[in-house]
Write a protein that binds this ligand. Sequence first.
Ligand SMILES: Nc1nc2c(ncn2[C@@H]2O[C@H](COP(=O)(O)OP(=O)(O)OP(=O)(O)O)[C@@H](O)[C@H]2O)c(=O)[nH]1
Ligand SMILES: [Mg+2]
Length: 445
Amino acid sequence: MFDSISNKFSDILRSMSGKSKISEKNISDAVEDIKSALLDADVNLRVVRRFINRTKEEALGDKVLKAVDPGQQFIKIIYDKMVQLLGDPDSQKLNLKGPDVVSVILMMGLQGSGKTTTSAKLAVNLTKQGRRVMLAACDLIRPAAINQLQILGEQAGVPVYAEPDSKDPVKVAQNAYKAAKNGQYDVLIIDTSGRMHLDEDMMKEIQSINRAVPADETLFVADAMTGQNAVDIAKEFEEKVGISGIVLTKFDSDTRGGAALSLREIVGKPIKFIGVSEKLDGLEPFYPDRMASRILGMGDIVSLVEKAQETFDEEQALKLQKKIAKKEFDLQDYLEQIENMTKMGGIEKLIDMLPGAKGNISEDDIDKKELIKEKAIIQSMTLTERQNIYIIGSARKKRIARGSGTSVGEVGHLLKKFEKMRLNMKKLAKNKKYQEAMMKQLGMN
Ligand SMILES: Nc1nc2c(ncn2[C@@H]2O[C@H](COP(=O)(O)OP(=O)(O)OP(=O)(O)O)[C@@H](O)[C@H]2O)c(=O)[nH]1
Ligand SMILES: [Mg+2]
């Protein structure tokens, strides 16, 4: 799977990871290579453009150019953007009602995309989660369709509702829903017919079924090998019926990756599952981060990315240490640290890395709610006030409290706390052990 695009990405990223210095030209060249790799993989042009713009903007910033290990930072950006392109980490969950009501999953997609197989796979999956599942055979177009679902249902160990003589899939869906309700099933998966190409009858049929038996999940099933063709089809389904999630099948075959990389961005709906074999256990939840690692062709990408984050944090910590050493740490720096909090790891991680700071900066100092309030207070100060808290008298305190929606007492509290913290930091900076550790890190001994 993804062999071609993976090899290309892996080559590009490896060539960058070896570099200790990276120029703007290096980055532009690498981004161009990435662009052509994506186009070769049949990724939708709009998606390619957006991906490239997002990446280039960030990659050309200081975070890469001025980093100690620019190659790693570059790889991290590509990885992060790739994960973002593929979806949110929690998006693969199905939205089903509680177990005492019937939830409906409607399968839709072109002929041969894998709707029937995926219906049975989902049945197995949900049964394992303790759900009571029923399948509904609403493909009345292809003669063997009902029989196929019945065989799969038997393998999956779930009942199949079918009316072999009916010509009306909407009626069958309604009756299936009643049967599911009466039989106390809690999930009804409706298999529908596919056509070679999109046609109006097909859309009308699906719309009517969805109107008669409103679905909790409308899953668009697409063959991963169809490339960006799948995008136009998906858009049509999204417009006419509404898609709640995407299933990409046949990931076990050699797909170039176009559909996987285009669908989420264009349709704006999450990929929830991927089909990885013809067998009934061949359905996996879709994890954007794992897929990104696969596409980028680097088994070790996650550890590389973590390391890049660490290096970045270390650089930040180093800057902070220099300020503390020079006793220049002010409220403006403190505000920046608070803003770091919103990023993962944030200040806790920085504090961890300042030798001896843990224990001297108490847990109390990193109470998140408190920090949000503090941020508002500092933001209501002028830059001069932030740099020199001693000019803040009672009139200024009043103004700051009003501006930040806090009280004069709270402003005073922050100032006192900050003074204490800075005093501790100064003490720390005088501490011999700390100095030695810091000198070593700053490369000054
Ligand atoms: N290798 C592989 N084959 C799959 C996968 N999903 C489906 N298939 C195969 O693809 C073919 C078509 O699958 P179906 O489930 O019948 O597709 P469908 O969308 O129901 O097709 P129609 O009912 O004709 O519209 C079958 O041979 C399946 O075994 C998959 O994830 N991997
Ligand atoms: Mg089918």
